[in-house]
Ligand binder design. Structure first.
Ligand SMILES: NC(=O)c1ccc[n+]([C@@H]2O[C@H](COP(=O)([O-])OP(=O)(O)OC[C@H]3O[C@@H](n4cnc5c(N)ncnc54)[C@H](OP(=O)(O)O)[C@@H]3O)[C@@H](O)[C@H]2O)c1
Length: 276
């Protein structure tokens, strides 16, 4: 089921539809439209707020309305350019309705940030249940594909044509952590989705890139910290999630004839680069 709502301030109601969000003097986005999945927490929250502050109109997506509302509350005056859409990215009908609602509210889609994702409790490969495997793949991979497909359809037919898709990968898209087969496989697969999207988007003015993050401090990362402490290990170094939001904004604001295909953004002191 999909529940839809638009958070509008009183100023918004006073503006004609075509001028909503256009009264920005020194903002770089000029009312461009972004869809951010997982906008109710962590990286999605920080990125939604950065986009809104930069003048984007943003559809924030997640399964829990209260979390989306909490993000929007933090946007101050920019909240009139925010649309909360409760949707499950792993459900094709829900994703279809999400993009229809965004197009209805904002008229187009300029950028999709495929960010919604779940991790899994550490588990030896032979112990991973089918249910757990399916949950991670359905969210991290199928969800990103379904959103990409709907965004592609809109970006292909809208005028001006085109747009940008940014996939939230992970350093797990390149190198696994132990006991994380489903998450690792889902994130490796995202790299294939990024390349296919970039290739097929080329003729349609659709750019696609991937941000591979290592240890940004969010609730998801807090789970890693807790797991480390529980097993008597020191938690890994983390970085501020704002750096991720800044990077997505930089990628999003490039003109469509330029693209960051892959970017790795990680806590400098985390164990990732090998050999001593
Ligand atoms: N933090 C890091 O260091 C790090 C490193 C590498 C990669 N990443 C990636 O960054 C992304 C965001 O992670 P985060 O750290 O910000 O974690 P987070 O705070 O747990 O955010 C995950 C978000 O995804 C949403 N979500 C999950 N399943 C969904 C579904 N089926 N449909 C719609 N929304 C769904 C959640 O909202 P609801 O529960 O309300 O649906 C939540 O807002 C993930 O893809 C993660 O793999 C993070």
């Amino acid at each position: 089921m999909l529940r839809l709502d638009r958070t509008r301030g009183p100023e918004d109601a006073a503006l004609p539809a075509g001028r909503r969000g256009d009264e920005r003097s020194n903002m770089s986005a000029n009312g461009k439209v972004a869809v951010v999945t997982g906008g109710g927490s962590g990286i999605g929250r920080a990125t939604s707020l950065a986009l809104l502050a930069d003048g984007w109109r943003v559809a924030l997506v997640g399964r829990h309305r209260a979390s989306l509302d909490r993000t929007i509350e933090q946007a101050g005056a920019h909240r009139r350019n925010a649309l909360a859409v409760v949707a499950d990215v792993s459900d094709p009908d829900s994703v279809r309705a999400l993009f229809a609602r965004t197009e209805e509210a904002f008229g187009r889609v300029d950028m999709l940030f495929n960010n919604a994702g779940v991790s899994s409790p550490a588990s030896a490969l032979e112990e991973v249940s089918f249910v757990e495997w399916s949950r991670v793949i359905a969210t991290n991979l199928t969800g990103a594909f379904l959103c990409t497909q709907e965004a592609f359809r809109i970006m292909k037919r809208q005028r001006p044509r085109g747009g940008r898709i940014i996939n939230n990968g992970s350093i797990s898209a390149h190198t696994p952590r132990p006991n994380a087969v489903a998450y690792t496989a889902s994130k490796h697969a995202i790299a294939g989705l990024t390349k296919s999207t970039a290739l097929e988007g080329r003729e349609l003015d659709i750019a696609c890139g991937q941000l591979d993050i290592g240890n940004a401090r969010t609730e998801l990362a807090d789970g890693l910290i807790a797991a480390a402490r529980a097993s008597g290990r020191s938690p890994e170094p983390m970085m501020d999630v704002q750096h991720v939001a800044d990077a997505v904004l930089r990628m999003a604001n490039l003109p469509l004839d330029a693209n960051v295909l892959f970017m790795t953004l990680m806590a400098t002191k985390m164990p990732y680069v090998g050999r001593g």
